[in-house]
Design a protein around this ligand. Structure first.
Ligand code: NAP
Length: 294
């Protein structure tokens, strides 16, 4: 069995709460696999879940630097709050407005965002002409911003963002304009969704509807899903339950569906590569995530 020794370097994830994060299981499985493939008897890296209260963020960053951490993931509630403490934030993370990965570089922390890569990964396996395709993003929170940046990267024909709070939608549009003027979105309220759906090729759920404790909820009902073209893809960022109510309804109508598990795995894999310079085994990460989900 590979051991933690004095040579083992530290990685982790900061968040609050952190108890339910799947990242330690995924990363430690991939790190053990890496050691095994290199026939090493010790672990080169170990990945720890770190509960950091919002008021302790700055001291936690200093502490992690002092302890020699090589990098870490960032989750709720620190994804935006961490940005002022980083020496450098990638253009992508600035466009998304959130950092989910920090890397130690030259004695400082630099931040980026791998959620965009994670979201794109299952789409890139499909041969579609995204430039002809209109996207409908349901929800306007943190992950919606990563989806918008990803759809911009795909060069989609139009990105419609549907939300329930007109003020938040306007703020989203204004802040996107400030961070990257080339990203353009059409903001919509839920009442306009029926007129939108017949032209939508990719519908993305970026709300918690369908996730515990709202397992029986779906952002789109059966009638709304029936309005989507038969070639449409329905993508739910939620990774448990599998399938969500939304994806079960879409599958019943014969639509192609994608759940959030691959995004979770691929954002982790992209961070792993940034820290270690090595590609992790995706199948090892997937198996560990599925085991952790039970
Ligand atoms: P967030 O920042 O809290 O945003 C949630 C959005 O959903 C907000 O726009 C919110 O509207 C909207 N919303 C919540 N309840 C709603 C309802 N009943 N009806 C209509 N809109 C509703 O959350 P997030 O970080 O973006 O996460 C969203 C989902 O994505 C979560 O389920 C999360 O688990 C999942 N996620 C998955 C991954 C992955 O790797 N697969 C990564 C990130 C997130 P208001 O602003 O009006 O409240």
């Amino acid at each position: 069995m590979t051991q933690i020794t004095g040579q083992t370097k530290l990685l982790g994830v900061i968040g609050c709460p952190i108890e339910h994060s799947l990242s330690p299981a995924m990363h430690n499985a991939a790190l053990a696999d890496l050691a095994l493939n290199r026939s090493q008897t010790f672990l080169e890296y170990v990945y720890l879940p770190l509960r950091v209260e919002p008021e302790n963020l700055e001291s936690a960053l200093n502490g992690m630097a002092a302890l020699g951490y090589r990098g870490f993931n960032v989750t709720i509630p620190h994804k935006q709050a961490i940005m002022p403490y980083l020496r450098e934030v990638s253009a992508l993370a600035r466009a998304v407005g959130a950092v989910n990965t920090a890397i130690r570089r030259g004695g400082d922390w630099v931040g980026t965002n791998t959620d965009v890569r994670g979201f794109l990964s299952p789409l890139e396996t499909l041969s579609r002409d995204w430039s002809n395709l209109e996207v409908c993003v349901l929800g306007s929170g943190g992950s919606a911003r990563a989806v918008i940046a990803a759809c911009h990267e795909l060069n989609c024909a139009a990105i419609h963002v549907v939300g329930r709070d007109p003020m938040k939608l306007q703020q989203l549009q204004d802040s996107l304009r400030q961070t990257d003027a080339s990203i353009s979105i059409q903001i919509r309220d839920w009442s306009s969704i029926d007129t939108l759906l017949p032209d939508v090729g990719l519908a993305v759920n970026a709300t918690p509807m369908g996730m515990h404790p709202k397992l029986n909820e779906s952002p789109l009902g059966e009638t709304a899903i029936a309005l989507l073209p038969p070639t449409a893809i329905v993508y739910d960022l939620i990774y448990t339950p599998r399938p969500t109510q939304l994806l079960a309804l879409a599958q019943r109508q014969g639509l192609q569906t994608i759940d959030g598990l691959e995004m979770l795995i691929q954002q982790g894999a992209a961070a792993f590569e940034l820290w270690t310079g090595e590609s992790p085994s995706i199948s090892v990460m997937r198996e560990a995530a599925l085991n952790a989900l039970g």
